[in-house]
Ligand binder design. Structure first.
Ligand code: 9MR
Length: 583
């Protein structure tokens, strides 16, 4: 009998094999694996449906509580694969559910409830605590990911490229604290600029709600919101990156080469501050001006800090005025000075956007007209989505945030900022039915860059800024759709935040997660996401399609690293959605 069965199987194997190969790989149902607010839109994507209908059951029961029709077949231009939309927005009763298809396929479980993204938002902010340099992470705060202090950075050398009269090559400075940039242990001013600004913007947009954002860090309970305490960990480091002699800001604090895959405390390479740059100095000026404004309301808890931040910002501005062409060029630096530095470059040869952003923040804080006249919002058209190399939108957001307090002479700028922001939000949110994931994210292949998941999160922030301006729910829902994308409604079926979802990221390119003895990676970290550049040349990518170019292996620094500038917009998006649904 057994033999007959085996023979039958073998006889049919070629046929089945052909059929299996012809089937597009992947999960049959793609959706946000955490879930939905009761009143928010609820969309799943169904692949290879064998009938036009689906049902939804309470998890663990066989009783359908909802049944629906699938939408028309759509073809994903990035992969040629087909999918249909299941829209069950009408289901609003709290519970844990699964989508069922007539052929027996089941979705990952998801929940409908208020505060559905609260744990995610908390974990995403706590992710910054895990990135702290120069301090131990005790079990009390870090749980099983506790670790000794790494990189004290109390002795850092001035690289020959950074020499100045008061600080010649080889001079020692102390520059402790700050966050590790990403899966590596270096600290880069440009990237930590937009990161810190994004966290501070969340505070400025939702100051009251932010007080409830408590994530159990050593500073918790010090009468400063945890969000600001965490930002301060980096702001205090940033202050040390300014040369007190001339106000210029070192581009980065780094090893010559990336550390091996070791825990932070086991990494003992010599560290340098390298060449000052106009982009780092302007980003620094912007963050310090924003910090001065915010910490001006915390003078009792933080005496002198606001004034120090403003003085640092104005000094940096002057340096940038006098050094407008001093870009960071790692290749040139290595040809000219030793030792060579081969860590992340964050090179950017256009500082018009950094200038406008710094001018806007300085103007908002000081109301000094010289900064107002330096703001040029037309520098890029149409308005791009922010990234470490493109910060112009941050100027628009900040000006609009403070619109009501600005004098008539700022009105033309505000009109421009509004028009640019709404045009960009419309371009992201129009005709969602024509997009591969029914989301702003992934409309074009150009979204799939290194760190594409941060493109999704930053698009979400842009849409939320438009929502704050207009109150149009379409913008809010489109922003929320991008969070759905990050949490599972994407071509890979992964929930991209460590520690969350049913198809999890387990092997991020993150040195502590790889080198510690804990099986699970450090939680709350957003993986970079699909990146058809595949610069790491790992051999486990499932193919070359832009939206599928992701592989959950440590090797994949181009698709599976984590980074502070990717986590910050996740913090913003998840926490802002919590705040807006609370109303
Ligand atoms: O996010 C950065 C991406 O835009 C660049 O294309 C890439 C290559 O230069 O670098 C990325 O940033 C990395 C940085 O250089 C070093 N730390 C890890 C960062 C995330 O991968």
């Amino acid at each position: 009998m057994m033999l007959r069965v085996l023979q039958t199987v073998l006889t049919f194997l070629p046929f089945f094999a052909t059929v299996v190969v012809a089937q597009p790989a992947g999960e049959p149902v793609l959706l946000n694996q955490l879930g939905f607010y009761p009143k928010s839109p609820k969309i799943a994507l169904v692949r290879n449906a064998s009938s036009d209908t689906y049902t939804i059951r309470l998890k663990g029961t066989s009783r359908a509580v909802f049944s629906g029709q699938l939408g028309p077949v759509g073809t994903n231009p990035h992969s040629g694969k087909q999918a249909r939309v299941a829209d069950f927005s009408a289901l609003q009763t709290p519970g844990i559910y699964e989508v069922y298809l007539s052929d027996g396929a089941v979705s990952p479980p998801f929940e409908i409830r208020e505060n559905i993204h609260r744990e995610l938002a908390h974990a995403a902010l706590k992710g910054f605590y895990y990135q702290r340099a120069s301090t131990p992470l005790p079990g009390k705060y870090a749980g099983k990911w506790h670790r000794p202090a790494g990189h004290p950075d109390t002795v850092v050398f001035v690289h020959p490229s950074a020499s100045s009269p008061n600080r010649p090559a080889g001079a020692r400075i102390a520059s402790p604290g700050g966050w590790y940039d990403a899966g590596d242990y270096n600290k880069y001013v440009v990237n930590s600029g937009i990161t810190t600004a994004t966290l501070l913007a969340l505070y400025e947009d939702f100051p009251q709600f932010t007080r409830g954002f408590a994530v159990r860090i050593p500073e918790s309970g010090n009468r400063i919101p945890d969000l600001l305490d965490e930002a301060l960990w980096n702001i205090r480091w940033l202050l040390t990156m300014q040369d007190p002699g001339d106000g210029g800001v070192y581009h980065k604090l780094t090893n010559p080469k990336f550390d091996g895959t070791v825990m932070p405390h086991a990494a003992r390479e010599i560290r340098y501050v390298v060449q000052k740059s106009v982009t780092a100095t302007l980003d620094f000026a912007a963050v310090m001006a924003q910090s001065a404004r915010i910490f001006g309301s915390f003078k009792r808890q933080l005496p002198g800090l606001s004034d120090s931040c403003l003085a640092a910002a104005e000094k940096a501005w002057i340096w940038a005025e006098n050094n407008p062409q001093v870009y960071y060029d790692q290749g040139f630096m290595n040809r000219t000075f030793d030792p060579d530095i081969v860590t992340g470059a964050y090179g950017d040869r256009n500082s018009a956007d950094e200038l406008t952003w710094a001018a806007a923040e300085l103007y908002l804080t000081t109301r000094n007209k010289k900064y107002l006249t330096a703001i040029d919002l037309q520098a890029t058209s149409p308005l791009p989505v922010p990234s470490w190399s493109q910060v112009l939108p941050l100027a628009c957001y900040s000006l609009l945030r403070h619109e009501r307090t600005l004098p008539s002479e700022a009105k033309p700028l505000l009109r421009t900022a509004t028009a640019k922001l709404l045009a960009a939000a419309d371009a992201l949110s129009d005709d969602l039915a024509k997009t591969p994931f029914y989301t702003a994210m992934g409309r074009t292949a150009g979204d799939f860059v290194w760190g594409s998941n941060a493109v999704a999160a930053n698009q979400g922030i842009l849409l939320l800024q438009a929502y704050r301006l207009t109150n149009k729910t379409h913008y809010l829902h489109t922003a929320s759709g991008n969070l759905d994308y990050l949490l599972g409604r994407n071509a890979t079926g992964y929930c991209f935040v460590t520690g969350f979802g049913s198809k999890r990221v387990l092997h991020p390119h993150h040195r502590p997660s790889a080198a510690d003895a804990v099986a699970e990676p450090v939680p709350g970290l957003l993986a970079g996401g699909p990146n058809p550049g595949q610069q790491d040349q790992c051999n486990s990518y499932p193919g070359n399609n832009p939206d599928e170019s992701y592989t959950d292996v440590y090797c994949s620094y181009a698709s599976n690293e984590i980074a502070i500038n990717w986590n910050a917009p996740l913090v913003y998006l998840s926490w802002a959605l919590e705040a807006l649904h609370e109303k």
